[in-house]
Ligand binder design. Structure first.
Ligand code: SAM
Length: 458
């Protein structure tokens, strides 16, 4: 594994940070295989589909005995679980301990979507997540992962943190999982080892400072900011907490740790008092390197509620009137929905978050929101794949359970003969979870799995 040498400056600093004996254990851990862990989607699956044990700090996280071929598991494509390293799943413990009120959350650096799917699960039908990723290609992956997760409670945006300036005091929680020098990924990601240098750390710290400067004011009074990195050095961690608290009013939050977890608490002395950070070292915990700190905005800090607009006007998006929304809900078996039309396709969005969506649309570059349901031609729906894998009901459609082999052929988008009982649109399921649509035309079956998501060459 370790063909790429560890930079001597990194080694020197880590020996200083850990002590000589502990450092040896740390370096040994870097030469070992990473544990494979997944987090279940509790809205789709109850039990872990593989042999493994629960991650200590997470109800839905599991550490697996061996690494399965995820690509060849239809449950993976159905959004039944997300492959996520264990340390970062600690955010679910933070939310649980603090009983963070559900509301509107922002994940500012969200791709590929590990933490966004976790936040989406936490918010469930009582909150809204804005998942933002500035890089186009990564934004696509984020969108795909949130669609597969299927809860329909998110908006995907593609913006630089500077573009959020109109949304000061708007969010109940902001997560900044910052781009960093990735020291905590050294065993998984040899590129991170290659790229590492003291200059690179300085460059990352400069970027993190800019992000925090732009995002520190987005949390509303009484809300939370979570800052995390997958790196060990103080410049990108403790120093950033010092910067944040010197620029914005924040209160300190302490998380209770079970000593068995072997997570290290670090205290950050600032002019405003003592703040706390938590470090995960790969030789102590069953996960990769990670740092997390939680801060609370004072209750009297500025808060902004979205303004109700009489008329919603948008270049591409059309609001569906209230009466039609009610009749669509009745027809589809959904509840409390606001629908919008985009290129003749219906998007379903939770009605209670409509004003927030309309506010966000005016400030940010929206890539996706809610759940795309599909087009309606006269009385027939052309259902979207997003609807298939969402947790919304599929009233009036027939479903058919298929075998593993059939499911894989479907996911490869290969032609195959399926012994379908019904004609027209059929929702295929694997182990009772929807994986996509086919249309049975009698003499032919059309496969509606999205081309760009198909399994290739396996
Ligand atoms: N939160 C993600 C997850 O759990 O799957 C991982 C996020 S990763 C550590 C950091 C992200 O920040 C990357 O997706 C990267 O593209 C994005 N990024 C890079 N430069 C950025 C910047 N200047 N502002 C905001 N995000 C940036």
């Amino acid at each position: 594994m370790s063909e790429v040498n560890i930079h001597p400056e990194f080694q020197k600093r880590m020996i200083h940070q850990l002590g000589k004996v502990d450092y040896q254990q740390f370096e040994l851990a870097l030469s070992e295989d990473s544990p494979t862990t997944i987090r279940l989607n509790p809205f789709k699956i109850e039990n872990c589909p593989f042999e493994g044990k629960e991650i200590a700090w997470s109800q839905h996280g599991f550490s697996l005995e061996k690494r399965p071929a995820f690509t060849l598991d239809p449950l993976f494509h159905a959004g039944a679980y997300y492959v996520q390293e264990a340390s970062s799943v600690f955010i679910s413990e933070v939310l649980r301990q603090l009983q963070v009120p559900k509301g509107i959350f922002l994940d500012l650096a969200a791709a590929p979507g590990g933490k966004s799917t976790l936040l989406s699960t936490y918010l469930s039908q009582d909150g809204l997540l804005v998942a933002n990723e500035v890089i186009q290609s990564r934004n696509q992956i984020l969108k795909e992962n949130l669609i597969k997760w299927g809860l329909g409670n998110s908006i995907v945006t593609q913006n630089d943190p500077a573009h959020f300036q109109d949304l000061e005091g708007f969010f109940d929680l902001v997560l900044i999982d910052a781009p960093c020098s990735g020291e905590g990924m050294f065993r998984k990601d040899l590129e991170a080892r290659k790229e590492w240098s003291p200059d690179h750390v300085r460059l990352c710290a400069g970027r993190q400072q800019r992000i925090l400067d732009q995002a520190g004011g987005l949390v509303k009074g009484g809300g939370y900011l979570i800052y995390s990195t997958c790196t060990f050095n103080e410049q990108e961690n403790e120093e950033m907490i010092r910067f944040l608290t010197s620029e914005f009013a924040y209160e300190s939050v302490r998380i209770e740790l079970n000593p068995d977890w072997q997570i290290e608490e670090s205290t950050v002395q600032t002019e405003e008092g003592t703040f706390f950070g938590y470090r995960f070292y790969p030789h102590r915990v069953e996960g990769e390197g990670f740092f997390i700190s939680v801060l609370k905005r004072p209750e009297d800090a500025f808060s902004m509620e979205p303004k109700k607009k009489k008329d919603f006007k948008h270049q591409f998006l059309k609001l569906v009137d209230e009466k039609t929304c009610l009749s669509l809900d009745e027809e589809l078996g959904f509840e409390n929905s606001q629908y919008y039309l985009l290129n003749d396709s219906y998007f379903r969005f939770p009605e209670m978050w409509k004003t927030h969506l309309e506010q966000v649309i005016h400030s940010l570059n929206i890539r996706y929101f809610g759940t795309e349901i599909g087009k309606k031609q006269k009385t027939e729906w052309i259902p979207s794949h997003d609807w298939a894998v969402s947790i919304l009901p599929k009233k009036g459609f027939s479903t058919q359970e298929i075998s593993l082999e059939e499911a894989l052929e479907f996911l490869r988008k290969n032609d195959q003969e399926l012994n379908l009982k019904e004609s027209g649109w059929v929702l295929l399921t694997f182990q009772n979870l929807p994986i996509g649509w086919v249309k049975n035309l009698g003499n032919r079956i059309n496969n509606y799995y999205p081309k760009e998501w198909r399994i290739r060459n396996l």
